[in-house]
Design a binder for this molecule. Structure first.
Ligand code: PLP
Length: 454
């Protein structure tokens, strides 16, 4: 580790300036101790103190192509030298080309791309498009979901982290989506879960009044809330309900899109084409902020003669779009999506199941591609979570100990409530994946000590 480029004194100075002046998101400012990052490459990053970490979190699940991909870095540099910025109302080569490459990969006729600066803003605009298209206002979204932290997006988010002051937003109605391990419908099979979830959604639509509902917003595979891959029939069933009641189907692929599930878009696994699809993160692996909404031909046609009321100063920024062109091109040339599917199916999935067989703290393994969750429990029979929802302080200690053990073993984990998500870059090599599994093995031994048997 001492050969890593870093400097403990520089690290300490960066940290001191950070603590003096940076107000961090989602954090109690006095309780955090952010790591001073010195550099990153591929699947790894390192700090100024000689510690290197295999990143099983892909940042916030966005570095699908890994850190410092030379082609993406070069494309940003080249674009900066040529045309570093330009206002959204003009035809700019990088923007046009990014839209073309995205439209080529989105399912069905989602061929018009509205660019944003990130995921939440994409969700805001998808809801606005749906409301304008239908003339209706209500939006349905699922509990156990995450759609972003701006006003509409946080109201749609069905997660116990919603702000304590959140009184609920007029027009947003939550429903339960499939999650067999903790079934809201007390189902005992995937088929039953699927059938009951669809019946519950239809009841919700009918009792809310179909004529008042603009959109159903769903993550194709819910990510932050726990990577609950839906049963095969669920999304086709939701599509059919949307068609029956004239409701716009918005699939949020901010996290699941661009290779994460082993396909360009997760909707492909279920043969479903939404009316609007939101994306961000993997579109350019977050090298420059970018997101967007892919819009169906029918919805786009409604804005041929009336203006769309939305857009920000930096929408479709040339640097971000150049990064997207380079990312998508490199992913295609290097077969990154197929690689993610293969490593997920052949190495990570089987490796996690093998860990689950040996560690009593693992209640369930689920996922696909580079998108996996381990649900940690105190007791496999009762499925009592290793820490309660929204645990803080002492109550959160078992997960904190697990995360610390991961870091000690050189692995940077994604930890949320009683889960760890295994979401490495889609470019991770087989050897790196195995190294990460070995680190998880060591950390799960720590989690095991908190089980009823441990
Ligand atoms: N939608 C989904 C499914 C997400 O996972 C996220 C972020 O994690 C968002 C929206 C919000 O994206 P952003 O943080 O870029 O605003």
């Amino acid at each position: 580790p001492s050969s890593l480029p870093g400097d403990p004194a520089a690290g300490a100075a960066i940290k001191a300036t950070d603590r003096a002046h940076v107000f961090h998101p989602w954090a109690a400012q006095g309780r955090i101790d952010p790591l001073a990052v010195a550099g990153a490459e591929g699947s790894y990053f390192w700090d100024h103190d000689g510690n290197r970490y295999l990143d099983f979190s892909s940042g916030l699940v966005f570095t699908n192509i890994g850190y410092q991909h030379p082609k993406v870095v070069a494309a940003i540099q080249e674009q900066a030298g040529r045309l570093a910025t330009f206002a959204p109302g003009f035809a700019v080569e990088a923007r046009a080309e990014a839209a073309r490459l995205i439209a080529e990969r989105t399912p069905g006729d989602l061929d018009k791309i509205f660019f944003t600066n990130g995921g939440a803003e994409a969700v805001e605009n998808a809801v606005r498009l749906a409301r304008l298209h239908t003339g209706r206002t209500k939006v349905l979204s699922a509990y156990r979901s995450y759609h972003g932290a701006t006003t509409t997006a946080i109201h749609l988010t069905g997660d116990p982290r919603r702000w304590p002051s959140d009184q609920g937003a007029a027009g947003v109605v939550h429903f339960w989506a499939p999650y067999l391990y903790r079934s809201p419908f007390h189902a005992t099979s995937e088929e039953q879960e699927c059938e009951r979830a669809l019946a519950h959604l239809e009841d919700t639509i009918v009792f809310e009044g179909p004529g008042t509902i603009a959109a159903i917003v769903l993550e194709t595979v819910p990510g932050t809330a726990g990577i609950m891959v839906p049963p095969p029939g669920y999304l086709p069933g939701v599509r059919a309900l949307c068609d029956r009641y004239g409701i716009v189907l918005v699939l949020d692929e901010v996290m699941a899109g661009f290779g994460r599930t082993g396909r360009w878009f997760a909707a492909e696994h279920f043969d479903v084409v939404p009316d609007l699809l939101t994306f961000a993160k993997g579109v350019n692996s977050g090298y420059v902020p970018l997101g967007g909404v892919a819009i169906s031909a029918e919805i786009a046609a409604g804005f041929e003669d009336r203006p769309y009321p939305g857009g920000l100063t930096y929408s479709g920024h040339p640097l971000a779009c150049a990064a997207a062109v380079a990312t998508i091109t490199a992913m295609a040339e290097e077969g990154v999506v197929e690689h993610a599917a293969r490593i997920g199916a052949d190495v990570i999935g089987p490796g996690l199941r093998e860990l689950a067989a040996r560690h009593p703290s693992v209640g369930e393994v689920r996922g696909l591609g580079m998108f996996w969750a381990l649900e940690l429990v105190r007791d496999r029979d009762t499925r009592e979570p290793l820490v309660p929802y929204n645990a803080a302080g002492e109550a959160a200690a078992p997960m904190a100990a697990f995360a610390a053990a991961c870091r000690k073993a050189g692995l940077w984990p994604f930890v949320n409530m009683n889960r760890t998500h295994v979401v490495p870059p889609c470019t991770i090599t087989e050897e790196e994946a195995k190294e990460g599994l070995a680190a998880l093995d060591a950390a799960l031994s720590v989690a095991d000590t908190y089980t009823t048997g441990g």
